[in-house]
Each structure stands twice: as C-alpha cells, then as structure tokens.
Design a protein around this ligand. Structure first.
Ligand code: 13P
Length: 388
C-alpha cells in the first residue's frame, strides 16, 4: 500500500493518571515524521480514542450476539425476538444522563441499524449523550484445528467493506474478541493465532476510520494460581504487540480490552482487589507501551461489585494510561433483573444502569466505595466456557 510522510508536529492529550486527579495528566507529542498509510484516518482515530478514554468514563458493552442476547432475555422469561432485543437495547440507550459516565457503547450489528420505537436512530441517541457508537466486527469463535481443543476468531471475510459501511452508519470504534484458555494450554499455536488475528483486524479497522478495541480475553476458567495467569497474560500481550507493530497499527489510535489478572475461577483462594490490581498493573507496565491511550477492562464473569472494586484498586496510584471499564455483564445484570421485560419497570431499570455506570465512573477516578451495594450486585456471574 502507498504511504506518506507527514512533517508537521502534532500533539494531543492522552489519559495519563487522570484516575486520581488531573494533576497527573500529561501532554504527549506524536512525532509526525512516521510513515502512515495514505488516506488513513489517523487524526480522527486519535480524537476518537481520546474521547473514549476521557476521565471518569468508560464503555457500555451491549454487543451480545443474537444468540447470547437470547440467553439474557430467557433469564427473565422473554423470547428471543427482534422486538424484545430492540426494547431492551432501547431501555439502555435512551437512559438520560448516561453520557456523564459512559463514553462509548459497543453495539451488535442489528442494534447499529435499529431505532427507538418512535424512530430515533440508536446512533443518534448515543451522539446526543456524547457517547461514541462502536460495533462488534468479529464473527465469533470456532474450533482451531491442530490445537489443544482451543478456538480462533472468525470475521475476516469482507471485514474492510463491513468496517467502511459501519463507519457510514456512525460507528467510530470496533471490537474483536478472541479468547485464550489457560486450562487448554494455551498452545503456542492458539496464542499466535489470537495475536495475529487481532493485529490484522486492528490494521483493517484503522484503515477504515474505526478505533480497534484489541481484546484477547484470557478466560477465568481453571484452578490455577494468579502467578500462572500473569505468566500467560505477559506471553499473550507480548505477541499481540509484536504483531500490532508488524501490521503498522498506530498505537495511539487503539484501545485495549484485557482481562484482569486473577486466579482461575476454580482456584482454592480468592484474591483481594489490591492483589488483582498489583498483578494486573505489573503485567500492563511490562507489556503495554504508554502510547496506548486507554485500557478498558472486561468483567469476565466477576460480580458487578467485584469488577468495580478491582477497577477502583487499579486507580489508587497514577499509571500511564486511562484505566477504565468496558463491561457487559457487570453493567447489565441488575438492570435486566429490574426490568423483567415490563414497560412499567423501564424507569427503575434505567436508574439501576445509572447507579452501576456511576459506580464504575467513580472507580475510574479511584473514588469508589462499595458501601450500600446490594447482595444481588455481589453475585458472581462466572460460567464455564462462556461464549459471547
Ligand atoms: P463482559 O464484561 O461480560 O466480560 O463482556 C465481555 C465483552 O467482550 C463485551 O464486549
């Protein structure tokens, strides 16, 4: 592909250590004498990433595939129809005031093209709250032949043209989730495949104006100790960054979605938020360049309160990135149970969403306390072999 050299210096603010307070914010110069792809959206990618990684805000992930959304709806006795999926997403995306705590929302393709019952496009609801619309672009996991019962992520067919279409529809960032299983090895083949796939996707997304969220989820499954998770996470992220660099991905225009470094879900001892923060930050500091603007964790089956406490613990000291959340289950669980599919519960369910979003916003700033949290929010949501 043709490339260009830009000469003028450029600079932008990135999210350094804003978690405690703004004293730690710093200005990063982006030397422009680097080779970038012709016709690329580099400036816009930087702006999008910066807007998503803004203080006290994080991502609402509601990009469940229709099959996974169906499981959620079934848990409250609803059928998996387009009308029910639309009604649930409308509840979430029309919550007034959400933009104070939420900077981006990841949507499934169906939702990106849907509107509210009275005809307002969901993307416009988001823009009205200063929330950036995002889109899941992977096509899910399939078995990886030659591996140890592991999987790989599909979605490359037509990816560039799909990304271009999603951009036209208003999406400005993308997500690709692949998984790594510790009990299955992980094999060198599975790690390499995950890392290469993420890097290829990231380059294609950036080429089409979408900030890629890079998500190699290390599943919670297993009875291993936290040290083993650290070892695997370091290995996975080393490979991911090696291939991101090989694919000329602009690091300032990506966001990461890592799993927190925790013991396996079936390990005999649970780790405290302080321990999880210590191990997770150790891994990030060893592997993630400070050029990356935002680290947006997944919740991975932790309870709502656990996920928030762990994020809060990570923001007790300054770090080079915006360390925040991109939760699905840990933002939606109470909301869904409050709604129960009943129109008269919509308002209370929206309040429940605001409560969770605000709690995580406080955790992003390092100021969350779990005081007053109810028992439901403390229930773990781990499921063996979870699919998204
Ligand atoms: P959870 O927060 O439920 O683990 O969501 C994972 C995810 O990839 C959502 O986009």
């Amino acid at each position: 592909m043709a490339s260009v050299k830009l000469n003028a210096p450029s600079s932008h603010w990135i999210g350094g250590g804003r978690s405690l307070n703004r004293r730690f914010a710093f200005r990063t110069e982006i030397p422009r004498a680097v080779t970038i792809r012709a016709g690329s959206y580099t400036e816009e990618l930087l702006q999008t990433a910066k807007s998503i990684a803004s203080p006290g805000r994080g991502i609402l992930a509601i990009d469940e595939s229709n099959a996974t959304c169906g499981k959620r709806l079934a848990s409250i006795g609803l059928d998996n129809t387009e009308a029910n999926r639309q009604a649930y997403r409308q509840l979430l995306l029309t919550t007034s005031g959400l933009g104070e705590y939420i900077s981006g929302a990841i949507l499934f393709e169906e939702t990106l093209y849907q509107s509210t019952i009275d005809g307002t496009k969901f993307v416009d609801c988001l823009r009205g709250e200063n929330i950036v619309p995002g889109i899941k672009v992977d096509k899910g996991l399939v078995p990886l032949p030659g591996s140890n019962n592991e999987s790989w992520c599909q979605g490359f067919d037509g990816l560039a043209s799909r990304c271009a279409e999603y951009y036209k529809q208003g999406a400005r960032f993308a997500k690709w989730r692949t998984v790594v299983s510790i009990p299955c090895g992980p094999s060198a083949l599975a790690v390499k495949e995950a890392a290469w796939g993420l890097a290829r996707y990231a380059a294609i997304a950036q080429d089409n104006g979408l900030v890629p969220i890079v998500e190699p989820e290390i599943l919670l499954d297993g009875d291993h100790a936290i040290e083993r998770t650290l070892e695997v996470a370091e290995n996975v992220w080393a490979e991911v960054f090696f291939y991101l660099a090989q694919n000329n991905v602009v690091f300032e225009g990506i966001l990461l979605k890592p799993s927190m470094v925790t013991p396996g879900a079936e390990h005999k001892e649970k780790a405290s938020p302080e321990t999880i923060a210590k191990y997770t930050l150790t891994m990030l500091k060893r592997r993630v360049p400070p050029a990356v603007p935002g680290i947006m964790f997944l919740s991975g089956g932790q309870s709502e309160v656990e996920a928030t406490l762990n994020l809060n613990a990570m923001n007790q000291s300054p770090n080079p990135w915006h360390v925040s959340f991109s939760y699905a289950r840990a933002l939606q669980n109470t909301v869904l149970k409050t709604w129960k599919g009943q129109p008269e519960n919509v308002e209370t369910a929206q309040k429940a969403l605001l409560i969770r979003a605000k709690a995580n916003s406080m955790a992003q700033l390092g100021r969350y306390s779990a005081e007053g949290e109810n028992d439901e929010a403390k229930k773990g949501m781990f499921q063996k072999g979870y699919t998204y």
